[in-house]
Design a protein around this ligand. Structure first.
Ligand code: LLP
Length: 383
């Protein structure tokens, strides 16, 4: 995965740091273009997954829009050169200021998650003398078969409007004079590797479309959200997710109306595999039943293992001696600050470099200042 020139360059840099393979990102984007954009699908990159400018620049050049979940993300997308009409804005807890930011830019859509949010948006838009484009986020109660912390489309999740609230929604909608209902929005969860949940989602979307039509609403678009997963165990076997299968499923299953547009909000599947966290081994510590390889990156740089029991492949970049078993752990004073347990790796020594793979999505963006640790740097292929 890493060339010897890259590894030599890594040795000269202060660790830990993020490294992004922009060539892989380009190839990923070209697959998205070939299998998604070519079908007329509109794809918004979920900027929450990674908001670094060099990454956004390539994503913009590929013709994607942005999915935001905060006012600052809207501003970041605008700063990166995206057009306001390419921006969707989701989130269960939009503040008035954030709503005003979206209104100021006349964004493509506010993906509204509750009846109260619709009321507030209507009120703020009419005060501003604006009409807000709205896509209603519906909770389809579809099981995504993923980690429970990243499941979003079940009745017990806080996201979207559940089926029981639909009668009230249809009653209220005509009174919202400052809202322009343009679509319905869904997002059932993240790191979904199996396509079945997306097939189930399509069925729900089809029947909800019928319902909206019966109520007299012709929707300009349906937004299916994101959620497509990546291969964390074998990133080199599948560096680019199978976008052909993903987009073909929706093409086959969705019953679209004349002229209706389809939108997606993909995050992880676009940037997940292009990023690695590069770290140096500080100490090898022999435990009672295992050896600990203590590295200089921790949950402050990549929280996914600690938060979701996520597994990121660890590659040793500077050693290929006989194999041994290790727990690869960070320096933070939490036992959950563990990247891998009981994995077999080449024998490692103090000073060896390791790459924690598939860290391009929800890695750097979720870093924290716990233990007064500073944000680490990011480098790119071109550097
Ligand atoms: N659209 C909405 C409304 C979302 O909430 C999300 C992600 C996406 C799109 C993009 O989903 P993706 O294609 O990346 O799966 N921090 C967690 C993931 C949280 C995802 C939150 N929402 C993790 O590291 O696994």
């Amino acid at each position: 995965m890493f060339s010897s020139t890259q590894i030599e360059a890594f040795k000269k840099l202060q660790t830990p740091f993020y490294f992004y393979d922009l060539d892989l990102l380009r190839e990923t984007l070209s697959q998205i273009s070939e299998h998604g954009l070519s079908k007329g699908f509109h794809i918004h990159f979920a900027i929450k997954a990674n908001f670094n400018f060099p990454i956004l620049k390539l994503i913009k050049a590929a013709g994607l829009g942005i999915d935001c979940v905060s006012g600052k993300e809207i501003e970041r997308a605008i700063e990166a050169g995206f057009e306001p009409n390419q921006l969707a804005f989701a989130g269960v807890g939009k503040t008035d200021d954030e709503i005003l930011t979206g209104l100021r830019y006349n964004i493509f859509s506010f993906n509204c998650e509750s009846l109260q949010e619709l009321e507030v948006l209507n009120e703020l838009a009419s005060k501003e003398g604006k009409t807000a484009n709205v896509s209603i986020r519906l909770n389809p109660n579809v099981e995504a078969n993923t980690h429970k912390y990243i499941t979003t489309g079940l009745n017990e999740n806080k996201f979207g409007i559940t089926a029981d609230k639909l009668p009230a929604l249809f009653e209220l909608l005509p009174s919202f004079k400052a809202l322009n209902l343009t679509g319905i929005h869904f997002h059932i969860g993240s790191q979904i590797r199996d396509l079945q949940p997306f097939a189930d989602l399509c069925e729900k979307v089809n029947s909800l479309q019928d319902l909206f039509e019966q109520k007299g609403y012709q929707l300009e678009h349906v937004n299916l959200g994101g959620g497509y997963g990546i291969d964390y165990d074998a990133p080199d076997d599948e560096p680019i997710p199978n976008f052909k299968a993903f987009f073909e499923l929706f093409e086959r299953k969705l019953e679209l109306r004349e002229g209706q547009k389809v939108h997606f909000e993909l995050g992880r599947s676009i940037v997940g595999q292009c990023g690695s966290l590069i770290s140096k081994v500080l100490f090898i510590k022999e435990g009672i039943s295992t050896n600990f390889a203590v590295i200089d990156a921790g949950m402050t740089e990549l929280i996914r293992p600690a938060l979701y029991q996520a597994s990121h492949k660890v590659d040793v970049l500077t050693s290929n001696k006989p194999e041994k078993t290790y727990d690869v752990v960070g320096p933070i004073c939490e036992s959950s600050d563990t990247f891998q347990r009981g994995i077999t790796l080449p024998k490692i020594n103090r000073g060896d470099l390791v790459a924690i793979r598939s860290a391009g999505a929800y890695g750097e963006v979720m870093s924290s200042g716990f233990n007064l640790r500073e944000r680490v740097k990011a480098y790119y292929t071109e550097d």
